[in-house]
Design a protein. Structure first.
Length: 201
């Protein structure tokens, strides 16, 4: 095993945007209420290159709007409009001595009746740092735990603005800046794991 390079699967993603988003639909201004982000289709994975102090990860996610779905259902919307949004978020960044991570990147959504993929833009800002939940251990101990097969979770700062979301013109076209609460979890993967169908780099 090459211990300067860790290939991993994303085995947990539990995120909430408490303030939700604001949008316009059929002439009405609507507040979505909280939205949740969970793991979606299989294949969320990545690599930590300790020699280069770099991280590369692809998250395949479901974005769910429970309150917005209820509002639109009550307004008689097509059920396809209220379906979860599938997206791929590709991020890269740095790993620090204490094994905190700083990731930023872009998101692309799949075809959806409400959110036009060509006009919906998701940009992930680099945080100050995301701290591992094993914060009583050193960075080397956390690295050893990962190589030993233990899942490790990193937590978002819920007060930090992390995501720039630009809506399609049909929904108002505004860019909103969102905070994320929650965490993601990495677990070591077999050497043959690939990132997005390609060798992880």
């Amino acid at each position: 095993m090459n211990e300067s390079r860790l290939q991993f699967n994303v085995t947990g993603l539990d995120v909430i945007v408490q303030e939700g988003i604001k949008l316009k639909w059929q002439g009405r201004e609507i507040e979505s209420g909280p939205l949740t982000i969970t793991l979606g289709e299989p294949g969320s994975c990545g690599v930590i290159d300790y020699a280069a102090e770099k991280v590369n990860v692809e998250f395949r996610v479901h974005i769910i709007f429970p309150e917005l779905s209820e509002i639109l259902d009550d307004m008689g919307a097509d059920p396809a409009i209220t379906a979860p949004v599938n997206a791929v978020i590709r991020s890269q960044g740095a790993v620090f001595d204490d094994h905190s991570l700083r990731l930023s990147g872009k998101g692309e959504i799949s075809e959806h009746k409400l959110f036009d993929p060509a006009e919906t833009r998701i940009s992930i800002r680099a945080p100050t740092q995301c701290k591992p939940d094993l914060n009583t251990q050193s960075g080397e101990e956390i690295r050893a735990a990962l190589f030993d097969g233990q899942p490790v979770t990193w937590n978002f700062n819920p007060e930090e603005k992390r995501v720039d979301l630009t809506l399609p013109e049909s929904l108002g076209g505004e860019t909103q800046v969102l905070c994320l609460s929650g965490s993601y979890t990495f677990t070591i993967a077999p050497e043959e794991t690939t990132l997005g169908g390609r060798p992880a780099v």
